[in-house]
Design a protein around this ligand. Structure first.
Ligand SMILES: NC(=O)c1ccc[n+]([C@@H]2O[C@H](COP(=O)([O-])OP(=O)(O)OC[C@H]3O[C@@H](n4cnc5c(N)ncnc54)[C@H](O)[C@@H]3O)[C@@H](O)[C@H]2O)c1
Length: 326
């Protein structure tokens, strides 16, 4: 059945790939985004696609964006720790302060499903080898703390007519129409191809990753899942959990770059998220590997799609926020 979907942050790294997939599935899509990292030419125009350049903190824009909407993906965010920390007040205003209004207004205006992009960083560092959704949250940063607090707010609004679900994604990797090159697999691949060396901080830490196509597929399955199975639930969504050194070796294999620079790091966070719950509930299982993401990204570089990939701030959220928003 065709839905009328609002994607906040739809012009971001994940949203820019999710939106065309939703359109392909026959849905109508409204993107509400400030378009920080790209402009409206990101998308092929379509009568089923509406683009709203606006800020999720603007209550009037939220209300007008929600007219006739059936489902919401809420992705808009200052989306990593370092860019959040540059201006914690700005980060809080976008990632937390406006959240309850968006949820309550969505419910009031008859939206039936609200899917929230949280983060697997809400767990902090866990000793246990398999991090499942029922474990306590020990967020180490404000970015993660507010992600966790939003999950709680969202669940307050759960009802039979308003299905709510939070997703805790692993770090996303691979190519997108709006490329991020500040996430681990993409950083290592960019440096190997364009700098001739692979720089690793630490190496033993395990980091969960998910290919961007699998990420979009998980969201689509949540959109289509029976409400009673997912309402009020929280799901991890990850693909492979590999030590950073193993990712570097895969980058070396795919790119042919042999120079590995190993540097010490204070960031020894190491964790492995379990994605069994989402598989058992809705049958989602990641299909693509970290190596696939490296191969796919290499092809974007080979096709010259990522110009100035070591210097253009649009690829690096922290540089963009620092240069353009502060
Ligand atoms: N990419 C990952 O590895 C990852 C991992 C876990 C969770 N997530 C979450 O998934 C979501 C999407 O991540 P992403 O990688 O696509 O991030 P992104 O930074 O590429 O996209 C965020 C989008 O939100 C928009 N935006 C920011 N503030 C806004 C505002 N005030 N009003 C309207 N639009 C605004 C930006 O312009 C951007 O297009 C985020 O909520 C992020 O926290 C991402």
């Amino acid at each position: 059945m065709s839905k009328n979907i609002l994607v906040t942050g739809g012009a971001g790294y994940v949203g820019a790939e999710l939106v065309p997939k939703l359109l392909n599935e026959g849905h109508k899509v409204t993107v509400l985004d400030t378009f920080w990292y790209s402009d409206e030419s990101l998308f092929k125009s379509s009568e089923n696609l509406k683009l709203i350049k606006g800020d999720i903190r603007d209550k009037e824009i939220i209300t007008s964006s929600l007219v006739d909407i059936t489902d919401v993906f809420h992705l808009a965010c200052i989306s990593n720790d370092p860019s959040f920390d540059l201006d914690p007040e700005l980060g809080k205003s976008i990632n937390y302060d406006c959240f309850e209004y968006i949820v309550s207004e969505a419910k009031r205006m008859g939206v039936s499903r609200f899917i929230y992009a949280s983060s697997s960083s809400v767990y902090g560092v866990k000793e246990t080898p398999n991090v499942t959704e029922d474990l306590s949250l020990e967020p180490l940063t404000d970015y993660s703390k507010y992600k966790a607090l939003c999950e709680t707010i969202l669940n307050k609004y759960k009802s039979d007519n308003f299905t709510v679900v939070s997703v805790r994604p692993a770090t996303v990797c691979g190519p997108s129409r709006r490329q991020r090159l500040d996430v681990v697999v993409n950083i290592l691949t960019n440096h190997a191809i364009n700098n001739g060396k692979i720089k690793i901080f630490g190496g033993e830490q395990k980091r969960p990753n998910i290919h961007i196509e699998d990420m979009c597929q998980a969201y689509i399955q949540l959109l289509n899942a029976e409400a009673s199975i997912i309402n009020g639930e929280i799901f991890n969504a990850g693909g492979e959990n590999l030590p950073v050194m193993k990712i570097a070796q895969l980058v070396s294999e795919v790119t042919g770059v042999k120079t590995l620079d190993i540097l010490p790091t204070d960031d020894i966070r190491s964790y492995h998220i379990s994605s069994e719950k989402i598989f058992n509930a809705i049958g989602f299982k990641a299909q693509k590997s970290v190596k696939d993401a490296i191969v796919d990204l290499k092809s974007s570089f080979d096709n010259n799609l990522l110009k100035d990939s070591l210097s253009d701030p649009k690829y690096f959220n922290v540089k963009f926020v620092k240069d353009s928003l502060l």
